[in-house]
Write a protein that binds this ligand. Structure first.
Ligand SMILES: Cc1ncc(C[n+]2csc(CCOP(=O)(O)OP(=O)(O)O)c2C)c(N)n1
Ligand SMILES: [Mg+2]
Length: 583
């Protein structure tokens, strides 16, 4: 038996889990941990804010399917990380956060007057999937194993281990290290065969089945199975916001979430729904009428890796605890042999007729692209990006109306290539997510469409991108206002004048206007490439120059602030803040 620091024990256990990247900011209280990363083959990537470290880990986890690991130091470091924990836990990304805390004996509970201390576990507990503190050196391996087991159990989220500095940096005897299969499940959960049979029968007999896909498809990597099943069943596919593109949105069977009315129509037309890896949360209108058909008229098969989620918001006909990929693979086998039983013609007709609403909506949205005025209408940003960037580029949407415009003028053509904080709506998270994406997908393009308000939360991370050669292209949409809030305020304060004039004066709203930051200049000051455009015709060359610069690039995009406020779909998203009537 050898002696080593508690930090080295943790680093070696991360190595056993094949962890290659850790995100975080250094501090003496966990020197014993990060000084052992390099010997364990682990890169430490350091942003300039701990919340960014957590977002980087979250994006990295979602895009690679691996564990996203981040660190934060006691007191202020952990306090800064909290914002990231709230968002990444809500997004359901598989993140392990390891923090240092002050030496045992003076804390838990606070002796009174301890420096850089707060009850980190107490605060983290209700925010994270799990949080605990190591009370003694010999408990570090056991608690790490517990953290890792929990990281891979059920819906992903943030798991937190807090380790006092004296255990992190102090040496003690350490046992041999276990392999992951010795302490956690490695194989995916298989469904009971009779449940797959029943699901197959329901889907074969349905008049019109619908597949609703959530992030479970991403975590399981079940894209091919989903596409094949939708094709064989001729089933339209809707997704949760965060699962956009799990069926490429170029498919005739894909109903992108931006076509809210068309999604409502298809969700009302289906008599059987196969919901895979989604909770049917608020952004899915809880699965309720009038956005969905009443449960009495619509049978629901729900498949999830997490038992807590089965039947949580909408009554189910069949609940199946299973990994999405395994389930869909087994279901396909059953359905393939009985494909001839499917009332194909009727389904095809139903799909074709429902598709008209969706395609009309797309055409109507695209009409806005004929507006070539300067400064530009924001619609161009997404449309031009889609032409310039590769299909497998990763796009990140951040900001208020900016994220709405970005979403509405994008088609996600390759699964798992878009990120946002769909559940938490966290302005500014996009910077960290974009940097995490660039670490996760070396050699692939990454771009982030962000509001000027949102970008202002963490612009210092441009330097992180430059220092780490993470060549993200940021498009900062500058309307010099908190646009989304401004339009809502206008309706709240002067609805009639808002309808007639479209915009109120600065004195007529409450603190909605921002001053200008020249984001291109700010970027240049940090060693990045900067561009500024207002004419939609100049956007494409600016993007091309940005890509050619082979650096992180920031494009300051001046948009028409009034048109920007009137983003598409706002009424639907306002309606989402109320509980739907249905059961
Ligand atoms: C961290 C954070 N603070 C506040 C909010 C509330 N909020 C939602 S949208 C919005 C305005 C966003 O402004 P900007 O990023 O410039 O995007 P725009 O709407 O102008 O496109 C605000 C303040 C939030 N979602 N997140
Ligand atoms: Mg703005």
């Amino acid at each position: 038996m050898t002696t080593m620091t508690g930090g080295e024990v943790i680093a070696r256990m991360l190595k056993e889990e094949s962890v290659e990247k850790v995100f975080g900011i250094i501090d003496g209280t966990y020197f014993g941990l990060y000084s052992n990363f390099a010997p364990c083959g682990i890169d430490l990537i350091t942003p300039r804010h701990e919340a960014t470290a957590v977002h980087m880990a979250g994006a990295y986890a979602r895009l690679t399917g691996k564990l996203g690991v981040c660190i934060a130091s006691n007191g202020p470091g952990v306090a800064n990380a909290l914002a990231g924990v709230a968002a990444e836990n809500a997004e359901g990304n598989r993140v392990l956060l390891i923090t240092s805390s002050r030496r045992g004996g003076i804390t838990y509970p606070d002796r009174g007057g301890a420096y850089q201390y707060f009850n980190q576990v107490g605060v983290m507990k209700p925010m994270a999937k799990w949080s605990g503190s190591a009370a003694a050196f010999h408990r570090i391996p056991e608690l790490m194993r517990r953290c890792l087991r929990l990281s891979y159990r059920g819906r992903p989220g943030v798991v937190h281990l807090d380790v006092p500095e004296d255990l992190m940096n102090g040496k003690d005897k350490a046992n041999g290290f276990l392999r992951p299969p010795q302490y956690r499940r490695i194989d995916p959960i298989h469904p009971g065969p009779e449940l797959v049979d029943r699901a197959a029968t329901m889907l074969l007999e349905a008049e019109l089945p619908l597949i609703h896909a959530g992030s479970g498809i991403i975590h399981a990597g079940a894209y091919d199975e989903l596409a094949r099943l939708a094709e064989i069943l001729r089933a339209p596919v809707t997704t949760s916001w965060s699962a956009r593109g799990v069926l490429p949105e170029s498919s005739a069977l894909s109903w992108p979430m931006v076509h809210v009315k068309a999604c409502n129509e298809v969700r009302n037309a289906a008599d059987v729904v196969l919901c895979v890896g989604s909770r049917l949360g608020e952004t899915d209108w809880w699965g309720k009428a009038p956005n969905w058909r009443l449960p009495a008229e619509q049978r629901l098969i729900q498949v999830d890796i997490d038992e807590e989620i089965l039947g949580v918001h909408k009554p189910t006909t069949l609940t199946i605890l299973a990994d999405a990929k395994v389930f869909l693979g087994e279901l396909l086998e059953k359905i393939q042999v009985k494909g001839h039983e499917i009332p194909m013609q009727a389904r095809q007709q139903a799909v074709a007729s429902l598709a008209k609403g969706r395609d009309k909506d797309r055409a109507k949205l695209d009409e806005k692209l004929s507006d070539k005025s300067v400064p530009m209408i924001t619609a161009h940003v997404g449309a031009v990006c889609r032409e310039v960037f590769d299909d497998d580029a990763v796009v990140i949407f951040d900001g208020g109306n900016t994220a709405v415009w970005g979403n509405f003028y994008h088609r996600i053509r390759v699964p798992n290539t878009q990120l946002s904080t769909h559940h938490f709506g966290m302005l500014g998270a996009g910077l960290g997510q974009a940097l995490g994406a660039a670490v996760a997908r070396p050699g692939k393009q990454v771009y982030c469409i962000t509001g000027d308000g949102a970008f202002g939360f963490h612009p210092q991370e441009i330097e992180t991108a430059v220092r780490n050669r993470l060549n993200v292209v940021f498009l900062v949409i500058c309307d010099r206002q908190w646009g989304m809030v401004k339009i809502n305020q206008q309706f709240a304060l002067r609805p009639v004048k808002t309808m007639i004039k479209k915009s109120l004066g600065p004195e007529e709203t409450i603190n909605t206007d921002l001053g200008e930051i020249a984001f291109d200049k700010l970027a240049e000051a940090m060693g990045a490439h900067g561009e500024r455009v207002a004419d939609p015709g100049e956007l494409r060359p600016a993007l091309e120059r940005s890509l050619a610069s082979e650096k992180c690039a920031v494009i300051h995009v001046d948009v028409d602030p009034v048109k920007h406020m009137w983003a598409p779909g706002l009424l639907h998203f306002k309606a989402m803040h109320q509980e739907p009537e249905g059961k």
